[in-house]
Write a protein that binds this ligand. Structure first.
Ligand code: GTP
Ligand code: MG
Length: 194
């Protein structure tokens, strides 16, 4: 496989800025601070940072479209949900923007749902998975920060999720060690292939 390159193409803050509806894409969704932007930087394999990473939740407040070459499809970083420390109206605005994106992008091929591998399944994550299913969007579960999840705990974590996800097997991923990068690319390429 040739190396894949990612470039930030468009940023949408409002519904009328949503773009590229006719180009295949995979969205990244997950609670604030779960590691979405770090994952973008890691799979881009570049030292220069593409997506802003922060220890403070709520960093990404827009929908960011990253063009992938070769292939010409998009990986789309969504604002994190479940971030308590922002105003209710701001949270409602992001939720609406995300929901509009998920329902009005005909070429959306699937949603990589990022889950912190150290946590038990949380209501808010389960709701997102259910929502994707109700929209007939394939879910690709990604367990992030796998460097913090000991091998002996993994079977339990996998099992907890498989009860909810059925046959969508979660993939362990770490931006710190690079674990799961190749598997994730394989899954993304498969989902976006014609
Ligand atoms: P929002 O934009 O706020 O929604 O957050 P995000 O999901 O984009 O998370 P981000 O990538 O900004 O990372 C949040 C924090 O988690 C940062 O302090 C990162 O350094 C840390 N982090 C990200 N990936 C990993 C990982 O693989 N392992 C560990 N241990 N920490 C990680
Ligand atoms: Mg982010």
């Amino acid at each position: 496989m040739p190396p894949m390159t990612l470039t930030l193409e468009t940023t949408a803050y409002t519904e009328d800025q949503l773009a590229h509806k006719d180009v295949p894409q995979i969205a990244l969704a997950g609670r604030s601070n779960v590691g979405k932007s770090s994952l973008i930087n890691t799979i881009a394999g570049r030292r220069r940072t593409l997506a802003k990473v922060s220890a403070t939740p709520g960093k990404t407040r827009s929908i960011n479209y990253y063009r992938v070459e070769p292939g010409g499809f998009f990986i789309v970083d969504l604002p994190g949900y479940g971030y308590a420390k922002c105003s209710k109206s701001e949270r409602a605005k992001w939720a609406k923007l995300t929901q509009t994106y998920l329902t009005r992008t005909p070429e959306l091929r699937g949603v990589a749902v990022l889950l912190d591998c150290r946590l038990e399944p949380q209501r808010i994550d389960i709701d997102l998975v259910d929502y994707c299913r109700s929209q007939k969007l394939p879910v690709l579960p990604v367990l992030t920060k796998a460097d913090k999840c000991k091998q002996r705990d993994r079977a339990r974590t996998r099992k907890a999720w498989s009860l909810l996800l059925g046959d969508a097997a979660p993939l362990f991923f770490s931006s710190f060690t690079g674990e799961g990068v190749d598997e994730l690319w394989d899954a993304i390429r498969e989902a976006t292939a014609d």
